[in-house]
Design a protein around this ligand. Structure first.
Ligand SMILES: Nc1ncnc2c1ncn2[C@@H]1O[C@H](COP(=O)(O)OP(=O)(O)OP(=O)(O)O)[C@@H](O)[C@H]1O
Ligand SMILES: [Mg+2]
Length: 384
């Protein structure tokens, strides 16, 4: 004997699917108007879900999530998910929607979804932090990669822009390779352990390729990374790894994202400090707030308990912070595993959470978050 329940309504199905997100776009597939045909017959549900591109690498993930949600509705006996692909017009409508343009009618004809925003929108709540030094090779990229990983470990939604167009190193340090999905003119960042990442390295034929770009092209590439990449308006922190000698790039960031902040990395020796001061001066000129100083390579302890050797001098971070009137957020020791982690794409804070360098990096991440808190959103916690 079967206990027949009435079939679910179209509205019930859409409601059940509202929590399913497109894994790349980080938005509800219902809000994005990806759920199209819905047919229900005697407990049999057939839905058509339109993907953005035919080669969508996450089609299985979406199909499984949809099946699971619908199956959980009382009265459903079986589910068939048909995956289709948006045509050009539908894709353009989606991109307009993600950029904050007009919204397509929602499939249930009910209230339209909330207006969406990009990084450039007035109401964007994403905190943008540029990681700068003055001198090259002091550890900006290492600090950026590990701060991003530390923030992600603390449950923050974080992204990284590798603004070092000539010498990109973020893909290697975060262990992320591949090509970003492009939906018309919009690029979807790649992800590594939940960190959204964009680098010129993803767009190059191979890593060893030299980029011979002039200033204006550099500017354009960075503006593209800011405005044409779908960071998602749930992104809380966006870290920008700057190249050494940061004048032009800081200017581009300050012009494009006027509310961004700067974190300055220095080594302990006086030469690095005086160059780092120039980066801070630049920040001041372009009206970016310096939120703190991080000292890197602050001494080396050859073995546990052995005396620390100040390979690169001492006290530079404290001095610089004093001069700038900002806090010293941490002193990161020299750690072989930190360098190895950068080379192998496994951030130290993940692989060696208890190492002294990791503890400092995680503390720096928390101090940055405390200094730049984000507003919590009503839509928190929606995971497919
Ligand atoms: N605290 C540390 N202990 C050991 N090695 C480190 C540390 N910080 C950075 N390194 C290593 O030093 C090298 C330079 O670091 P990184 O590339 O992060 O510097 P950068 O400031 O981004 O350089 P560039 O100016 O070229 O962009 C890398 O090989 C990195 O792994
Ligand atoms: Mg670098």
């Amino acid at each position: 004997m079967t206990n027949r329940q009435s079939s679910p309504t179209r509205e019930q199905i859409l409601e059940a699917l509202r929590d399913v997100q497109d894994p790349e776009l980080h938005r509800s597939i219902v809000e994005l108007n990806m759920v199209r045909e819905i047919a229900v017959k005697d407990g049999w549900v057939t839905v058509e879900v339109l993907l953005t591109i035919s080669g969508c690498p996450l089609r299985e993930t979406i199909a499984n999530a949809v099946t699971e949600r619908i199956r959980a509705i009382p009265g459903v006996s079986d589910v068939e998910v048909r995956l289709g692909v948006m045509d050009r017009e539908q894709r353009q409508a989606l991109v307009r929607q993600l950029h904050g343009g007009e919204l397509p009618a929602s499939p249930d004809g009910a209230t339209p979804p909330p207006r969406m925003q990009g990084l450039l929108a007035e109401g964007s709540t994403t905190r943008v932090i540029a990681i700068a030094s003055g001198k090259g090779g002091v550890g900006k990229s290492t600090v950026t990669a590990n701060l991003a990983a530390a923030m992600a470990l603390d449950g923050r939604r974080v992204g990284v822009i590798d603004a070092d167009i000539y010498g990109f190193s973020i893909p290697r340090m975060l262990g992320v390779t591949g090509r970003p999905t492009a939906i018309d003119q919009m690029l979807i960042p790649l992800e590594s352990d939940g960190i959204r990442v964009m680098s010129i390295g993803f767009l190059m034929p191979d890593e060893s390729e030299a980029v011979v770009w002039r200033g204006p092209m550099l500017h354009r590439a960075l503006v593209t990374f800011i405005s044409d990449v779908h960071w998602g308006d749930d992104l809380e922190y966006l870290l920008i790894d700057l190249p050494p000698g940061t004048g032009d790039v800081s200017l581009t960031i300050a012009q494009t994202l006027p509310r961004s902040s700067m974190l300055i990395v220095t080594t302990p020796q006086p030469a690095a400090v005086s160059v780092a001061r120039r980066a801070a001066k630049m920040a001041e000129l372009v009206n970016m707030e310096v939120i703190g100083v991080v000292e890197n390579m602050s001494g080396f302890t050859p073995a546990p308990g052995a005396p620390t050797v100040d390979l690169f001098g001492r006290g530079g971070g404290q001095r610089l912070a004093g001069i700038l009137g900002v806090p010293l957020l941490g002193e990161i020791p020299i750690d072989l595993a930190l360098r190895e982690g950068g080379d192998s794409g496994l951030p130290l804070v993940r692989t060696h959470p208890d190492s002294p360098a990791s503890k400092v990096l995680r503390e720096v991440a928390r101090r940055v978050v405390a200094r730049l808190p984000v507003a919590t959103r009503a839509s928190e916690g929606r995971i497919p």
